[in-house]
Design a protein around this ligand. Sequence first.
Ligand code: DAH
Length: 356
Amino acid sequence: MTDNTIASLEKEATSVENQFQSNVANITANPTPKSVDELRIAYLGRKGKVSALMEGMRHLAKEDRPAAGKAVNNLRQKVESAIEDLIIKANEWQLQQKLNQSPLDVTLPVKTQTNTGSLHPVTLMRRTLLREFRRLGFTVVDGPEVDLDFYNFSALNFKDDHPARDMQDTFFIDGRDKTVLRTHTSNIQIHAMLENSPPLRVVAPGRTYRCDSDLTHTPMFHQIEGFIVDERITMGDMKGVIDKFLKAIYGEDLSTRVRPSYFPFVEPGGEFDLQCVKCRGKGCRICSKTGWLEIGGMGMIHPNVFEAVSYDSEKYTGFAFGFGIDRLAMLKYGVTDLRLMFEGNKQFLSQFPIHS
Ligand code: DAH
């Protein structure tokens, strides 16, 4: 300041205000936090232009100070509020800058997960079967895959020279032919009957093994066994159960039938068929033109089996049935090559649903 009069101070204040306005005009279109802070320091900082004006007041005559103070304060408030506005704008600019750097488009569709698993067709069929059998009042049990000859054969009334015991069919897993990989799920009949007293209503799915491998057989396959033991159980009950679960799975319009057959552990024994799911009985390639598909074996439990588990065969009767799950799954899902069922090919498996 050149002299210490109020007039010169006011002039100086006007000049500071003009400079400030022009500085603001320069950055107002694009204020950055840095440029606004520089401006703040230049005017409001300890050595800033507004602070210098305050300082200059000390040299004024006492009576001039109130008026001068008012003018300088006025200017200070103007500068402060202008800078506050600029700070808000600068923060917005900074935020915008960040958003531009990492654009986040919340409207983009999410990436779909392409690698989720799905259920194996055998699992799907097993769950479907168990659901239907539970509905019919059956309890689900499990049994050993490695078992003694007693459970897999002798207690089921297989005579010592029965061909099923032959090395070609059965995987024996010790030298004395006493322990086998079960050849069917019928071994569970014996375990369940020894562990429980009648009445019994049981189904048991599981892996089974036979020394057999060609286009329609694999050394490991899946079966499900079912049986009921109670007083006055008849062939009619058996036909009813078989008819009910097959229709529940493949459709009410299909018929089922029972043919006589032989299995050592049932008498009388039979096999049950379902009308072809493909041609609905007309005859096609799937059913070899017969109109029928062979599903499994069944029969009234043999008194010798009851004897092996110490059930009173005078008091109790029962029926048993057993069949393969793999072929049912193939029929249900239209799979034509058995090998596909066990190759673990992801492309094949991914066609099946995640839920049953
Ligand atoms: N276990 C027989 C098989 O693997 C199937 C079977 C037939 C089971 C008759 C039964 C039955 O319970 O009564 O070929």
